[in-house]
Design a protein around this ligand. Structure first.
Ligand code: 13P
Ligand code: SF4
Length: 319
């Protein structure tokens, strides 16, 4: 529509006037993803968002995603200005892992290496030995297990459980979950497989074990996109946020992508799995922050310095 064209034009102009770059996650509105690509920004998984923000020369990063992504960007590049379209966009994993309780949990298990998922607050990262994202979780735990280390994992119990099954490592789990992926049901996917018997099943490992078990490929958003591109299949049942279909369809215009049903939805569902916090990002809000410089992310300096260590480990491990 006209409104969209006008926002798009304004954002392009404001990005270059402010020496700013747009860093977006695959779960954001396709209009934001398209604009990030068009303007030399990036659309990616949480690991590559962190790397891109760190390496790009722009002085201002507009991080379209959820709060932990903006905080990670700020921790890795404290001298840059990091703005977010909304400061309300959090994550159930971050909410479910408050620093005081988490710190106590760590204190109770001093013999364990503390590995936290990127979907956490700066304070939780500062308490960790390692930060990982879903794309490298299995490899990092494998590496630590080979060194004979026992792991304390937080906050996502489903991803932690998946990682421990994949590696055989000794992993003590925090009890957290993603409200979006936790809703996928094995029964719904089995029903869908009857309708699409040839389809491959792609699952984000924040989903429950019974759902991950049905996966042909389990992995981070970028790994699932890569599987969609490279697998010799025409149809895919996809258990992750629907925002991912923009990139999958763009890369594979002739393939068919079907979103896995969540609890209470019908067998075929095109609009059920959608992170409410990712959905708060809009073109309009990007125009606003670029115009008035609001929604800036700040991280306490001492905390940021401590959190930078495990985050840098994460980037180096995957480099
Ligand atoms: P990825 O690292 O796979 O992009 O996941 C981030 C996320 O929030 C998944 O829900
Ligand atoms: Fe957090 Fe889940 Fe939303 Fe990802 S999809 S940001 S893990 S609530």
């Amino acid at each position: 529509s006209e409104q969209i064209a006008s926002y798009t034009a304004q954002i392009k102009q404001l990005l270059s006037a402010n020496n700013a770059v747009l860093v977006a996650h695959y779960y954001t509105d396709p209009l934001i993803q398209a604009l990030a690509e068009e303007t030399g920004g990036c659309v990616s998984d949480s690991l590559e968002m962190a790397r891109f923000g760190k390496e790009h020369p722009a002085e201002t990063l507009i991080v379209a995603g959820v709060k932990f992504m903006g905080e990670t960007a700020k921790i890795l590049t404290p001298h840059k200005r990091v703005l977010m379209p909304t400061l309300e966009a959090t994550c159930s994993l971050d909410i479910g892992c408050p620093i005081d309780e988490f710190s106590e949990f760590c204190d109770q298990h001093p013999d364990r290496t503390v590995v936290v998922y990127a979907n956490t607050s700066a304070a939780v990262k500062a308490r960790a030995d390692w930060v990982v994202t879903s794309s490298i979780a299995v490899d990092v735990i494998d590496h630590l297990d080979a060194n004979g280390e026992k792991i304390l994992w937080a906050p996502d119990k489903h991803l932690g459980d998946y990682v421990s099954r994949q590696t055989g490592a000794d992993v003590l789990l925090w009890d957290g979950a993603c409200i979006v992926h936790e809703e996928f049901k094995a029964k719904g996917i089995e029903d869908l497989k009857l309708l699409y018997p040839e389809a491959a099943v792609l699952v984000h490992p924040e989903s429950p074990a019974s759902v991950v078990e049905l996966a042909d490929v389990a992995g981070s958003t970028s790994q699932l996109i890569n599987a969609a591109k490279t697998m010799d299949k025409e149809q895919f049942i996809v258990a992750t946020d629907q925002g991912i279909f923009y990139k999958m369809q763009q890369l594979c215009p002739d393939k068919e992508f079907i979103v896995a049903p969540t609890a209470g939805s019908g067998a075929t569902c095109r609009s059920c799995a959608n992170c409410p916090w990712m959905a708060m990002n809009s073109l309009e809000s990007i125009v606003h922050v670029l115009e008035n410089g609001g929604n800036e992310i700040f991280v306490d300096q001492a905390l940021g310095e401590r959190a930078m260590k495990p985050l840098t480990r994460m980037l180096n491990f995957s480099a």
